[in-house]
Design a protein around this ligand. Structure first.
Ligand code: AMP
Ligand code: ZN
Length: 133
């Protein structure tokens, strides 16, 4: 199976590396939303969030935090968004789990469009969806 992010993790395709350890690689997105937009991936192939082993995921998210903290100080940026797409309908184009770390700069909006919620609809939906672990 060919996977571009596996090839990057294996060093077969070059990347603008920001951070690397035994489990995780982080590198600049070549089509950035903002300056410093970085992707963090597990080196091991995992297609998406729901395919990830919980223990691995825990390790990956700790690295996401570490990379985000570094970017915030080193760029510097004023804030950041974490984005993680799953499935074609959600805009996932590369089927290898990745977290987008998107630096944000004061006064530079990035459009995430919301619409006003219908309270009755929200109540029904919460009743349908609420669960306990
Ligand atoms: P997604 O839409 O969540 O699957 O995001 C995939 C991201 O990977 C996009 O933002 C692409 O710009 C980025 N991307 C694709 N190929 C490369 C590459 N070779 N190096 C760095 N980023 C890449
Ligand atoms: Zn892969």
């Amino acid at each position: 199976m060919s996977c571009i992010f596996c090839s990057i993790a294996a060093g077969e395709i070059p990347s603008f590396k920001v951070y690397e350890d035994e489990l995780v690689l982080a590198y600049l997105d070549i089509n950035p939303f903002t300056r410093g937009h970085t992707l963090a991936i597990p080196k091991q192939h995992v297609a998406g969030l729901l395919d990830a082993d919980d223990a691995l995921l825990g390790e990956v998210i700790k690295r996401v935090k570490r990379v985000a903290a570094h970017l915030k100080a080193a760029l510097p940026c004023d804030g950041f968004n974490i984005l993680q797409n799953n499935g074609e309908a959600a805009g996932q184009t590369v089927r290898h789990l990745h977290f987008h770390i998107i630096p944000r700069y004061a006064g530079e909006p990035l459009e995430f469009k919301s619409h006003k919620g219908d309270m009755d609809e929200l109540k029904k939906l919460a009743d349908k969806l609420a669960f306990q672990s």
